[in-house]
Design a protein around this ligand. Structure first.
Ligand code: G
Ligand code: MN
Length: 553
């Protein structure tokens, strides 16, 4: 590998490396964030599942109690052995019930599953509707701890009550253990807890309170213990006035989820490598200059500029040279030497030249209409004349530009000299197209060979014009070229005229036509036509205004 090759590869690798590293980082990070969200969801689900499990368990227990109450509600309230035996058998089956009480319609409780009360203890009012009811916490006679009641209406008009021990309820919520969390059975309307495992806390923000609860809810935010918590609440199906709440602080809930999976590092490295190869290939393809030119043709990035050809005597525009430029999307306007050699090498130049001609015909439509013999000079290369299709295509366009001149450099003519090339040049001439030898004087064309070529114009290289007025030997070459042209019956043009002294010297020497920055820079079609018609109308005005001045006043 050569030094320049190595630096080229290095250059080609820079963008792919940057792109791959950025893309791998972004992709890995996105996957990581996604995975993190998944892990969090998993933790939340596992926590809320604990509450769901407890709710199911309580619902099952309450359903069993409900059936026991329905059965009990059928028996008449007579505080005898039969009632006690029946009640005791229920209590044996259902450990959640610690006592069964029967009350009559005048708010009196004459007995429970063990004994008759004498006098009967007071109870709540009879119920006017069916279904399972909940009450608590209550302080009942003979019990030191608060209790809870599940009760139903009794057929006699009173109620039958299952007393649920607080310890039993408490044992149910014990299944969840977390140092900074809590689980509780709460009142669905107010959030007041009946039994709590852990330190009970609710959202600090009044807007974020969740009560009354009618359906499962979840919340992530600050609680009044000043910690961020995830909280899940679910009402019981059998007793919607009660809900299960579970809550854990986010720090402990999401502990250890932030780590990187070691297998990811392998995947990321493999991804990086793959991306690098792909983007390197892409970069190589995109930076292939011939491919870039093909894309530029498709995007119509090549445009025509027009530089005036003027008469040496009155500096009137008599024609133009069509010059191609590349309006590169990033690099701006590029001169021909940056793309013409590649375009020639790849053969794309033929297509570009034909399009250039077509665009020139369109661009100059008005100018050509006002002066059908207007000279339009276009650069071509040897590849054009060697391709008969291109030659045919150029000839087909000739009727639209009568003053068409094809410029080919002296170098190219010498390099590709053959009988066939000469015949092709002649064919073009026969179609009314003029042939100009560009950069003349630099290409070592022998005089005898020159005399044999079907050439109309010798365009002296601009280095000779630049040497005018100096004592360089090049300064005299122009005179020689002019004489040569005259002898061979050809026209001579001087290009690269930048100073008015040069223009004057060339005029005196006998050059009829000149081209150069002094007479006009290459400009857009619009600007060129504008200058051309301005010049034309000024000449007309001069004619009109000069006339009256010649009249005596
Ligand atoms: O010979 P050729 O067809 O390559 O000449 C056209 C080129 O010469 C154009 O790219 C144009 O910009 C450039 N050019 C035209 N006039 C002048 C001039 O007066 N001085 C210099 N240095 N370059 C010129
Ligand atoms: Mn030239």
């Amino acid at each position: 590998m050569t030094g320049s090759n190595r630096s080229g590869t290095r250059k080609l690798l820079i963008i792919p490396i940057i792109v791959s590293v950025i893309m791998t980082t972004v992709i890995t990070f996105t996957i990581y964030l996604y995975e993190l969200e998944n892990r969090k969801t998993l933790r939340r689900t596992s926590l809320s599942q604990t509450a769901v499990t407890l709710a199911k368990k309580l619902d099952q227990s309450f359903t069993d109690v409900n059936f026991a109450l329905i059965d009990s509600a059928q028996l008449p309230i007579i505080c005898n052995k039969a009632l006690r035996n029946f009640s005791q058998s229920l209590l044996l089956k259902l450990p959640q019930i610690s006592e069964l009480r029967y009350s009559n319609d005048n708010k009196r409780t004459p007995c429970n599953n063990w004994r008759a009360f004498n006098p009967p203890v007071e109870s709540h009012a009879p119920l006017d509707h069916k279904g399972l009811h909940f009450l608590g916490p209550l302080f009942l006679e003979g019990r030191s701890n608060p209790s809870f009641q599940l009760y139903r209406a009794h057929s006699s008009g009173g109620t039958v009550q299952a007393i649920i021990h607080r310890v039993w309820l408490m044992n149910q919520v014990k299944l969840f253990r977390s140092p900074l969390g809590f689980m509780a059975i709460i009142d669905s309307d107010s959030g007041v807890p009946l039994v709590v495992n852990g330190k009970y806390s609710l959202p600090i923000n009044a807007n974020a309170t969740y009560f009354p609860i009618n359906q499962p809810e979840e919340h992530e935010g600050l609680l009044d213990n000043r910690r961020e918590h995830y909280t899940y609440i679910q009402p019981l199906v059998t007793q919607p006035s009660l809900s299960i709440i579970i809550s854990q602080d986010l720090d402990s809930l999401y502990a250890d989820i932030y780590g990187f999976n070691p297998s990811w590092i392998g995947s990321a490295a493999a991804g990086l490598f793959l991306l690098l190869i792909l983007s390197y290939q892409l970069q190589r393809k995109l930076s292939d200059p011939i491919r870039q030119i093909r894309t530029a043709i498709r995007r119509r990035e090549f445009l025509n500029l027009y530089q005036p050809l003027v008469s040496s005597y009155d500096h009137k525009i008599i024609g133009c040279q069509v010059l191609m430029r590349w309006k590169h999307p990033f690099k701006g306007i590029l001169p021909p030497m940056t793309f013409i050699p590649l375009a020639e090498q790849s053969g794309l130049i033929k297509q570009m030249t034909l399009r250039q001609l077509d665009e020139a015909i369109q661009d100059l439509a008005l100018v050509l209409r006002s002066d059908p013999n207007f000279k339009v000079s276009v650069n071509i290369c040897a590849a054009h004349i060697k391709d008969s299709d291109v030659v045919d295509a150029i000839i087909a366009r000739a009727p639209q530009i009568k003053g068409l001149v094809l410029e080919i450099t002296e170098h190219q003519v010498v390099e590709h000299s053959s009988k066939r090339v000469q015949q092709t040049l002649q064919r073009l001439r026969d179609a009314g197209i003029k042939i100009s030898m560009d950069d003349f004087g630099t290409g070592y064309c022998s005089l005898s060979y020159l005399a044999s070529l079907p050439i109309d114009v010798l365009k002296a290289d601009r280095s000779f014009v630049a040497a005018l007025g100096t004592d360089s030997i090049n300064a005299d070459v122009l005179q020689t070229i002019l004489q040569l042209a005259q002898k061979l019956g050809m026209e001579a043009i001087a290009e690269g005229v930048e100073k008015s002294e040069q223009a004057e010297m060339l005029r005196r020497m006998g050059f009829d036509t000149q081209q150069g920055w002094l007479h006009g820079y290459p400009t857009t079609a619009f600007e060129f036509s504008h200058t051309y018609f301005n010049q034309k109308s000024q000449q007309r005005e001069t004619f009109v205004t000069v006339e009256p001045l010649q009249q005596p006043i």
